[in-house]
Design a binder for this molecule. Structure first.
Ligand SMILES: C[S@@+](CC[C@H](N)C(=O)[O-])C[C@H]1O[C@@H](n2cnc3c(N)ncnc32)[C@H](O)[C@@H]1O
Ligand SMILES: Nc1nc2[nH]cc(C(=O)O)c2c(=O)[nH]1
Ligand code: SF4
Ligand SMILES: [Mg+2]
Length: 207
């Protein structure tokens, strides 16, 4: 998948970039520039961005160009997502963003080695390809997608692996949210170390 992509992180397969409001998790409501990198082999059957999976579909773009684009907007935070962004070495991109005073947030499954210089790491572990255990202490936020009842127990296994200061979120899988959200509400009231995260951008009809 990444054979032709240089290891130094200067060229990255860019699916899309857009300025919007972070819809999920701890940073919900904050303006941010989203950088969506192509390529993912985790295989979540409910993934809401399956078009991202094939890295070859997305043009290799110089990280300097991405930084320049991000710098055009008043919001001084970027969310690097995908696809699975940690397939790539993100040191170069994140260092350049931070040099110009932009905060760096990542959305990751944790299935690939951690690279990059981050202000906020959202770890969203997946059953289909488990996170590498070495990423868990670095997560600022654990965001577990709940698709069925068994996911609560599974969420607790990850909560035991992250740092004591890591924020804990349960987010309904979008297509199941009608059935699952009431169970999440009940679970959070009984287990208040968890909070609810909703995909608020989908309610706001924004990207
Ligand atoms: C598309 S993923 C890309 C980043 C990375 N591959 C990951 O999974 O964390 C961005 C976020 O959307 C969440 N997500 C994807 N599909 C979803 C769905 N159908 N319902 C709720 N959340 C979803 C993921 O768990 C992740 O937190
Ligand atoms: N507004 C908005 N917030 C988001 N938070 C995480 C997203 C993602 O796809 O990674 C996302 C997204 O696609 N849009
Ligand atoms: S890890 Fe992320 S991008 Fe990959 S399939 Fe799962 S939700 Fe989609
Ligand atoms: Mg999304």
């Amino acid at each position: 998948m990444k054979q032709d992509i240089p290891e130094d992180g200067t060229l990255l397969p860019l699916m899309e970039e857009f300025y919007t409001i972070q819809g999920e998790g701890f940073n919900t409501g904050k303006a941010a520039y989203f950088i969506r990198l192509g390529g993912c082999d985790v295989g979540c059957h409910w993934c809401d961005v399956k078009e991202s999976w094939d890295a070859e579909m997305h043009p290799l773009t110089h990280a300097d160009v991405i930084v320049e684009n991000a710098d055009q907007f008043p919001g001084k935070a970027v969310v690097i997502t995908g696809g699975e962004p940690l397939i790539y070495n993100l040191d170069y991109l994140t260092n350049k963003l931070k040099e110009i005073g932009i905060l760096t947030f990542i959305e990751t499954s944790g299935a690939y080695p951690l690279s990059g210089n981050w202000d906020w790491i959202c770890l969203s572990p997946k059953k289909f390809k488990a996170p590498r255990p070495d990423i868990t202490p670095f997560a600022h936020e654990l965001k577990v997608i709940v698709f069925n009842k068994s996911d609560f127990k599974w969420a607790e296994e990850y909560a035991a692996m992250v740092s004591p200061t890591c924020k804990l979120y349960l987010q309904p899988e979008w297509s199941k949210s009608k059935e699952i959200t009431p169970l999440i509400i009940e679970y959070v009231m009984a287990n208040p170390k968890w909070e609810i995260s909703l995909q608020t951008h989908k309610f706001l009809n924004i990207p």
